[in-house]
Design a protein around this ligand. Structure first.
Ligand SMILES: NC(=O)c1ccc[n+]([C@@H]2O[C@H](COP(=O)([O-])OP(=O)(O)OC[C@H]3O[C@@H](n4cnc5c(N)ncnc54)[C@H](OP(=O)(O)O)[C@@H]3O)[C@@H](O)[C@H]2O)c1
Length: 344
């Protein structure tokens, strides 16, 4: 089989094509023929060593063991089963819940031993992957590429909306609204939770597409009056912020939140560090939430909402597996709309 592996921390030249044996599923595992694998920022930061400083950057304190096959948004078809797995699974189309954990139900994503496919395990930049059978769910759509966009970004977005406990009619600002996570934040906040969504993008040429996903208003972060515009279009301060941008829009977010408003972050595409005047937080009673991925139950709810047509895949473009380096380079550009998918 072929796979693309990261050979060490560094640039895209650290992504190399390998040919090796197909892995064997162990007890409780299945072998999946990968049909599509969407890209996430996490595997780019894993390669760049951006999760920490020095030689041990990764999701876990011990860092990543190289060579490692990245890729955590995987769909495919079950080819073989290991011991103690029902043979009826062979031939089924599946989508992978992307993490293992000993955490109790509802706490899987925050267990200390949480480990992630594509970082602690070999992932989907490959023709085959092995994964626990109990973490393989039925694919939500007929198409492998369309289904592959949901796991990491969709699960993250769903969990963020749950954390803010969004209520129908509330106004929620979504930053990075044209990105992988943002396109799901727009859809989930509006179409599942019933919120009015103010979507923030760079290029207003994307406004109609964001409105078709459920945004009520679309504004550009390039405006120097963004905070004023948000308050004007909403007729007052807003209820919550679903953020993946970090520093670049943090002060605007705090400015436009109402007293008792809630801010949830799951990313920092526009700057990892910021400054904070504590008085803003306590005088406005603002609650800050940090968010990574989500639970198995949330994953199932996400897939159900996809099946019901409430959440649609948004795909910017696809690449063949061997062009993973070009795909990751493209991922880092501004102005994309939705997800990038690799096809083995
Ligand atoms: N915690 C988790 O579970 C989790 C899961 C998935 C992703 N993430 C994180 O979430 C972030 C976004 O991921 P993604 O997959 O959505 O990435 P993406 O598809 O590349 O989208 C990034 C978004 O951020 C916007 N952006 C970038 N720089 C900006 C700036 N200076 N000011 C305002 N907006 C800016 C982009 O807008 P333009 O294109 O218009 O410039 C784009 O909408 C990343 O930090 C990623 O690591 C976290």
């Amino acid at each position: 089989m072929k796979s693309v592996k990261v050979t060490g921390y560094g640039g895209v030249d650290k992504l190399q094509v390998f040919t090796h044996d197909i892995p064997k599923p162990k007890e409780g595992e299945v072998l999946i023929k990968v049909k599509a694998c969407a890209i996430n920022n996490t595997e780019i930061w894993m390669r760049e060593g951006a999760y920490g400083s020095g030689a041990k950057s990764g999701w876990r304190p011990e860092g990543v063991t190289f060579p490692r096959t990245p890729g955590s948004d995987i769909t495919g078809v079950v080819q073989k089963v290991g011991q103690a797995v029902d043979e009826d699974l062979i031939g089924q189309n599946v989508i992978l819940y992307p993490l293992t954990s000993s955490g109790e139900v509802g706490q899987e994503h925050i267990a200390e031993d949480m480990a992630f496919i594509g970082s602690e395990y070999d992932g989907g930049y490959a023709e085959y992957v092995v994964w626990p059978a109990e973490l393989c769910f039925a694919m939500p759509l007929d198409d492998y590429v369309e289904s592959a966009v949901f796991p990491v970004s969709g699960l993250t977005a769903w969990h963020m909306a749950e954390q803010l406990n969004i209520l129908p009619g509330q106004t929620i600002m979504v930053t990075g609204a044209n990105g992988g996570v943002g396109t799901f934040n727009v859809q989930i906040a509006s179409k599942v939770f019933g919120a009015k969504v103010i979507a923030i993008v760079g290029d207003l040429a994307l406004a109609d597409r964001l409105k078709s996903l459920g945004a009520t208003r679309v504004l550009s972060y390039k405006s120097d009056k963004l905070a004023e515009e948000i308050i004007t279009v909403n007729g007052g301060p807003i209820d919550g912020v679903l953020d993946v941008v970090g520093d670049a829009l943090f002060s605007v977010s705090l400015e436009v939140l109402k007293k008792g408003g809630k801010f949830c972050t799951s990313g920092s595409a526009g700057g990892q560090q910021t400054t904070l005047d504590f008085r803003t937080l306590y005088l406005k009673h603002i609650a800050l939430y940090g968010s990574v991925l989500g639970t198995r139950d949330e994953f199932q709810k996400l897939l159900d909402a996809v099946r019901e047509g409430k959440i649609k895949p948004v795909i910017d473009r696809t690449y063949p597996l061997e062009e993973a380096g070009s795909a990751q380079t493209y991922f880092k550009q501004n102005g994309k709309m939705g997800k990038i998918v690799l096809i083995p």
